[in-house]
Design a protein. Sequence first.
Length: 166
Amino acid sequence: MSNLVLIGPMGAGKSTIGRLLAKALSRSFKDSDQEIEQRSGVDIPWIFEKEGEQGFRARETAMLAELCTQDHLVLATGGGAILSAQNRDLLQTNSLVIYLCIPVAEQLKRTAQNRSRPLLNQGNPEQILRELMAVRDPLYREIADLIIETDGGAPQQTAQEILLYL
Ligand code: S3P
């Protein structure tokens, strides 16, 4: 059975909603960022600092290549997982891709709670999130089978909405 792949910006709730969907559907849940950290024994800020964004992207592609060959998963991806054509192909293979689309103001609120996202420490977070969305929103839409517009409501509600489509 195919994988459910959650894509969308930082703060969209991919991991929280992914866990809820996995539970409801009795599937395994995997989070590509968490897998990268668990396997490497270092965290994402460390990878960005020592290897740059390019190093992180290489690890991300390797991880997605592995996870996307599995079956019956709910997979939460990092916000930039859609940037390369190679990743977009991987994410679309044997999967239903769900784009969790959330306004920048809400992304900002949710990501302000921790500093584990190196891209947001490079300047004004709101401006960065806007610029990232301008580039990425068309890419999210390009590969999405389902687009769920959330405005910061409860994750349980969003998960229920997704379940209705499956
Ligand atoms: C990134 C998003 C992060 C993580 C990394 C880069 C991005 O994941 O992969 O910091 O490029 O948007 P989340 O979307 O889970 O925060």
